[in-house]
Design a protein around this ligand. Sequence first.
Ligand SMILES: [Zn+2]
Length: 485
Amino acid sequence: MEPVPSERDPDALECGMKRIVLLAVGFAVVAANAAAQGPVDWKAVEAETLRHFQALVRLDTTNPPGNETRAVEYLKQVLDKEGIPYQVFSGDASRANLVVRIKGNGTKRPILVMGHTDEVSIDPKKWIDHGPFSADVAGGFVYGRGTVDDKDNLVASLMLVLMLKRANTPLDRDVIFLAESGEEGSPEVGAQYMIDQHFDAIDAEYCLAEGGGPGRLAGQYTRASISTTEKEPRAVEIIAHGPAGHGSVPRQSNVVAHLTKSIAKIVDWTPQLRINETTGSYFRKLAATAPSDQAKRYRDVLSPDPKVSKPAADWMLENEPEHWSMLHTSLVPTILTAGYRYNVIPSEAKATLDVRLHPDEDQSMFLDQIRAVINDPTVEVRWARDRYRPAGASRLNTELFTAIEAETKKHYGVDVLPTMSTGASDKAQIRSKGVQCYGIGPALDYEDGARGYGAHSDQERILESELHKFVRFQYDLVMDVSRPK
Ligand SMILES: [Zn+2]
C-alpha cells in the first residue's frame, strides 16, 4: 500500500512509554506460557514461514508488469503438497488471484485474510548491500522488495491456512485466504476484478489485510495503528482556457496567470474539518497518553466550536501534516502543464491536484466548492478519473475489532489506535461490498522509515522476529473470532 506516515510517525509517542514497556513484559510471560501448552509447534512454523517468505520475496512480481502468477504458482505447489484445494481467478493469465477456503461449520459468516502478491518497481542500481530479490537475512532482518509490502501479510495468511488444515481445526466460520494481484495501482486485475466477477468466492463478514500494526521506538512497542477507514484518492484537474497570442504583448486573458492565481487560491483554502468514528476515537486516545500541551490540541480539534478546533488544526498543518490530512480533504498540486515556447502565450494551462477526499466529503458538491473558491469563469475544474477507490469505513464495535484490541494487548502489550489511512488500499474495494475490513501487519520500527528501510524504499526490510510474531498474532486473532465457543 501507499506509505501512511501518520501510522509510523514517532511524534507524540514517547509519553507513557515506561508504563507500556512494563505491561509488555508482563504480557510476554503470559503469551509464552500459553504457547508452550498449545498444539502448534511454533519453532517448526517459524522455519517454514521463513522458507516460504524467502521463496516469495525471490520472485520478481514488481508492478508493472506484475507477473503475479509466479507467486500463485508457488502457492499452488505448497497447497498441492498439503492436499488443500484452491481456486485461481484471472482476467489476465499472468496476473492471477488465488483463493483458499478452509471450511467451518457455518455458524458465523466467513472471515477473509488477504495479502497482495505484487510489489512496487525497483531501481536495481540503488539496491547496493542486498539485492531486491535476495531475501538476504542479515542482522536480524530479511531484505528485499515486498518484505514489508506485502509478502509479510501474504506469508502470514498462507501459514494460517496451512496450520488450520493440518490440525483439522474446528471452526465456526470459513476462513478464506485471498492472494491478490494488482494492489500497487492496478486493482482492476486484483481486488476490483474479484469483487466484480467472483465476489461469491471471497464474500465475508470480516476481512484482514495490510494497513496497520504495532510501532516500535528504540526497540519498544509503543502503540498499534489499525486502519479502519481510508481517504479516497481522486485527482482533480484545473484547466485555464484563453486565446493564444504573442508573448511580447501582456494580456489579461493569459492562461498561465489565470492558472497560477487559481492554484494560489486553492492552497490557501481550508476544506471543512470533519470528524468520524475512527478519527474521533484516534484523537481521544492520543490525547489520553500525550503530554499536556499536545493532548490539549488533540482534544481541541474535536471541538464543535471552530474557534477552538481551527487553531489546533492550523498547528497540525504546520507540525503534524499527516494529522491535518486525517481531518480534512486535502488538495495538493503535483503537476503543472503550460506552454511550449517562451514567446507564445498558450491557449491552455493545466494543473493536476492529488486530492484525498475525506470519506464523509460530499463528492457531488465538491467540484462546485472548488469552482467557487477559484471564482474564474475561464478556469475549468474536473475530476481526472472516475472513482476507483470507493470511500468506506469499518465499525469499531465489532467482534473482530474487539479481538484485535485484545490480541494486540496480549502479544505486544500496547493499545490500539483506530486509524484513518491517508493513503489508499484494496480494503476500499472490499469495504464497498459491506465487509468490515481492518488493517494489520508486523511491528515496524518508527526509525526505519526515516532511515530509508521502509515500504517502497531501496533497502526494504523486516525484522525476522516480528514476522514470526505476526504469524502468531494473526493466527490467534482469527481463532479468537472463529473458534467454536
Ligand atoms: Zn501494499
